[in-house]
Each structure stands twice: as C-alpha cells, then as structure tokens.
Design a binder for this molecule. Structure first.
Ligand code: FES
Ligand code: FES
Length: 176
C-alpha cells in the first residue's frame, strides 16, 4: 500500500503496518505512507506516477530504473522506498525545465542516442551523476559510468557520443 499526501500529512492511522516517510523528488517535498517492503521503483512509478523510471529486470542488472539519490546514481529496483526518508531523489522527469530540454536530452536527440528508448531514462540519470562530478569526462569515463546500464538495442556508440555532446554543452554553458 502506498498513500501519498501533499504537505502537511494527516496523523498516521493507528496500527496500520506502514511507515511514514518524507523526501524530496525533483524539487518537490512529499510525504508518503508506505509498506516497509515497497521498492523505490514502485513508489516512483505507481505511487508518484512518474513513469519515466522504467523497470526492465527487477534484479539490478539492466539499469533502466536508475535515479539519483542525493546526487548518486542508484538502481531503484534494489532500494526500499523507506530508505529515501529524509533524502533527495531526482528522476528523468526532473531534467527538463518547462521551456528547455536538459543538455543530456538534447545530446541524445542530436547524436541519435536512443532507439526504442526503454533504457534511455536510466542512461540519462547515470550520465547525469557522472557529469555532475566530472564535467570533462573521457570516453572511458562515460563507458565506465554507464557500465551498469544495458541497452537491448545495443546503441552504445551513440549513447556515449550523446553524453560527450552533453558534457561539451554543459561546459560551454558554464563559461557563458
Ligand atoms: S529494473 Fe532495476 S536494474 Fe533492471
Ligand atoms: S534504446 Fe532500446 S534498450 Fe536502449
């Protein structure tokens, strides 16, 4: 069971076996009551209806469920929702602004970094974690950062080019 409230949340009901958690997601504060066994991926997709975060394997292999937790890339199928209590989550929906794509999204468009697109949100979030800490990555850095993300369409070459395109654009924005 997942119950999501806009702030402030009402008092917890009696002995219902749920735990109340508060977290920030894409800049918005949320409070939820969740079963302790609920996976973070399921809170994001079914509780919050942020369906950009995909689940491809549920076993930590594919990376389609990658989100950022306090800026670090994590596989949300392998975390419990309760572990996010007091933390900051970013999903692919948080990349673009109302009027502009994020450079990573532009890069994937410019360099044809997606085919079916299933792996793309996870690739972008893993890449964002890299670019946030390493603004001028080598190709090897990019390949290493994305090594936990699988693309069943095997579009790796263009995915790497997309991330390098985004890195260059972010660097040029930083010097404007
Ligand atoms: S769904 Fe999480 S790693 Fe595949
Ligand atoms: S673009 Fe299809 S799985 Fe990567």
């Amino acid at each position: 069971m997942t119950t999501l409230y806009s702030e402030p949340a009402p008092d917890a009901a009696g002995d219902v076996p749920v735990r109340r958690i508060s977290f920030t997601i894409n800049g918005e504060k949320k409070t939820a009551e969740v079963e302790p066994r609920l996976l973070l991926a399921h809170l994001i997709r079914y509780g919050l209806r942020l369906t950009g975060t995909h689940t491809g394997c549920d076993t930590t292999n594919c990376g389609a469920c990658t989100v950022l937790l306090d800026g670090k890339a994590v596989k949300s199928c392998t975390m419990l929702a309760v572990q996010t209590d007091g933390h900051d989550i970013q999903t692919v929906e948080g990349l673009a602004t109302a009027s502009e794509l994020h450079p990573l999204q532009e890069g994937f468009r410019e360099e044809h970094g997606l085919q079916c697109g299933f792996c793309t949100p996870g690739m972008m979030m893993a890449a964002k974690a890299l670019l946030d800490r390493t603004p001028d990555p080598t190709e090897e850095d990019v390949r290493w950062a994305l090594s936990g993300n699988l693309c069943r369409c095997t579009g790796y070459q263009n995915i790497v080019k997309s991330v390098l395109w985004a890195a260059a654009k972010l660097r040029s924005q930083a010097t404007e």
